[in-house]
Design a protein around this ligand. Structure first.
Ligand SMILES: [Zn+2]
Length: 136
C-alpha cells in the first residue's frame, strides 16, 4: 500500500521529532497522539531501503508512513543531504539526483526517494562554467 498524498505526508514528517537509538533504530513522535511514539528500523542494501514501523499504517502493510520518512530525513540530514519522496520512478528520475528505492511488501509497491546535497553551496568549477558560459 502506497500513500496517495505523499507530499503532504512529507510536510507532516518534517515536524516530527526523531531520536536515534542505535545504528538502525529510531524513535519518532506520533502524529496523531502526542503521548505516543513509534519505533522505526531501517536497513540499507545498495540503493534499496527496507523500513519497518510500529504504526497502524505500517502494520496494515502500508509503506512510507510519516515516521519512516522522518527517520530517513533525519539520517540524510546527518550526511548533509535532503530527501524527496516520489510515487513513480519517472518522477524520481526527472530530478536528476541520486535515486533510492524504499521497498514495499511487493516489488511494485515501493516508493522512490531522491537525495540531494543540502550543504551550503560550494564553488563547483564545472557548474560555474555551465551557468556563466564564456563568450566566444
Ligand atoms: Zn509509521
Amino acid at each position: 500500500m502506497k500513500p496517495k498524498n505523499i507530499k503532504d505526508l512529507q510536510t507532516q514528517s518534517r515536524k516530527l521529532r526523531v531520536r536515534r537509538v542505535d545504528r538502525d533504530t529510531l524513535v519518532v513522535e506520533s502524529t496523531s497522539n502526542q503521548l505516543a511514539h513509534h519505533v522505526v528500523t531501517i536497513s540499507f542494501q545498495d540503493d534499496q531501503i527496507h523500513a519497518r514501523c510500529t504504526c497502524p499504517w505500517a502494520i496494515h502493510r502500508g509503506i512510507a508512513c510519516s515516521h519512516v520518512m522522518a527517520a530517513l530525513e533525519y539520517l540524510a540530514r546527518q550526511k548533509g543531504r535532503k530527501l524527496s519522496f516520489w510515487l513513480t520512478e519517472q518522477d524520481a528520475q526527472r530530478q536528476r539526483q541520486r535515486v533510492l528505492y524504499l521497498r514495499g511488501e511487493r516489488p511494485e509497491e515501493g516508493v522512490w526517494i531522491t537525495s540531494r546535497n543540502d550543504r551550503p553551496p560550494q564553488r563547483d568549477p564545472r557548474r560555474a562554467t555551465a551557468q556563466h558560459p564564456q563568450i566566444h
